[in-house]
Design a protein around this ligand. Structure first.
Ligand code: IMP
Ligand code: MG
Length: 369
């Protein structure tokens, strides 16, 4: 996913698919033009990558030039098209092929026809990489079309949104669903995860999904997934990842218009992390960060023993059990730290200090996502 200015775009057409489209277009044109030496005219700025790749593939002699027209402001086509760099060469009797990046309303194409009307060309052919049939309002013939696309704004491969995105080697489509911020929150027992999750969900209006709570809820309410999960637990078996993921999906589904989610207690394995990525992608979204609260072991032990005095939780009273739980946490989460580090999404946050200080540190990470 890419963010340009205020908008988010998702992958739409890969570099490989673009290459295939160009190969086909080149083939069609070179078959039709035979031994004629065409003049390819690119319409700047958007067509620069398309023209470059196109002429590199063109198997026979050809000429290449550009004209610069401007018709777009932000996301909207404007009626007012200005010709910025015009034609400087004699085209009398020549075969001219216009190479357009995209034909949307057809306003630019109208101007192109106006420009070439009095040039005495032998023929004027229009080739466009992308074409939005739902937006097209003219009836000029389009001789060659790379790909018909829905009427949604795209960027990349020469196309921009307010100046940005032209350099991307593949094409991205605007995301119309709301952008979410999704976090995986980690921390050893006693790190203050629960406390911080409560602050963060208020501050960023996120839904806190604690896998433990989700499990207990489903089992207690005897939902189909709860009954299924319990059948594994009763046999002393691990609940399969897919069952857990299905439960989480139901939670995500319930909160479809959320600003995002804090996942707590999940994922625990690479397979689960993969499954969570898939779930997020199916929602047009992604995990943005794994945030881990880092607290020194000795501090944890002290905190938990302190908590044990009042909480009455037996696992908080025994120092050996505490140390074991901490050790287990590091063994289990090391894989996930690697998983998210590989995606550049791991953020370790110092978990020692006042609750407010730690919230500020966490917020700094989230605000930059
Ligand atoms: P038309 O004049 O409305 O046909 O639009 C043609 C020009 O608008 C293109 O050359 C682009 O510069 C721009 N344009 C149209 N649709 C898009 C889009 O989805 N992304 C980026 N630019 C676009
Ligand atoms: Mg253009």
């Amino acid at each position: 996913m890419v963010k340009l200015h205020d908008l988010y775009f998702k992958p739409f057409i890969s570099a490989k698919e673009l290459d295939g489209i160009l190969t086909r277009l080149v083939q069609e044109l070179s078959d039709d033009l035979g031994d004629e030496v065409p003049i390819f005219i690119g319409i700047l700025n958007g067509s620069f990558m398309f023209v470059s790749d196109f002429v590199k593939k063109y198997p026979k002699p050809c000429e290449v030039t550009f004209i610069k027209l401007a018709s777009y402001e932000g996301l909207k086509s404007t009626e007012d098209i200005q010709r910025l760099i015009g034609l400087t060469q004699d085209l009398t009797g020549r075969t001219v092929v216009i190479l357009e990046d995209i034909i949307d309303t057809g306003n630019t194409l109208h101007e192109v026809h106006r420009i070439f009307k009095n040039e005495g060309v032998k023929q004027l052919l229009i080739a466009t990489l992308f074409y939005k049939p739902e937006a097209y309002k003219k009836d000029f013939k389009l001789h060659y079309i790379g790909k018909e696309i829905p009427n949604k704004f795209i960027v990349g491969y020469g196309l921009d949104y307010d100046g940005l995105g032209r350099d991307l080697p593949e094409v991205y489509q605007i995301k119309t669903t709301q952008h979410m911020t999704n976090l995986v929150l980690f921390g050893p027992p006693g790190a203050g995860k629960g406390t911080q999750a409560n602050f963060l969900k208020e501050k960023y209006n996120l839904i806190h999904i604690s896998t433990g709570d989700v499990f207990r809820f489903n089992i207690k309410n005897e939902t189909a997934l709860g009954v299924l999960a319990k059948s594994f637990m009763d046999k002393g078996e691990l609940v399969p990842d897919q069952v857990t993921i299905d439960m989480l999906e139901a939670e995500v589904e319930k909160n479809a218009d959320a600003n995002g989610f804090i996942f707590d207690g999940f994922p625990r394995t690479n397979a689960q992390a993969d499954a969570l990525d898939k779930l997020m992608h199916s929602k047009d979204s992604q995990i943005d960060a794994m945030i881990a609260l880092e607290v020194d072991d000795e501090v944890l032990v002290k905190r938990l023993l302190e908590r044990g005095k009042t909480s009455g939780r037996p696992d908080d009273a025994d120092e050996n059990i505490i140390r074991n739980r901490i050790k287990e946490y590091y063994t289990k989460t090391a894989i996930l730290k690697d998983f998210y580090t590989a995606q550049d999404k791991y953020y370790g946050v110092d978990g020692i200090g006042s609750i407010e200080d730690i919230t500020v540190r966490l917020s700094k990470v989230i605000d930059k996502l």
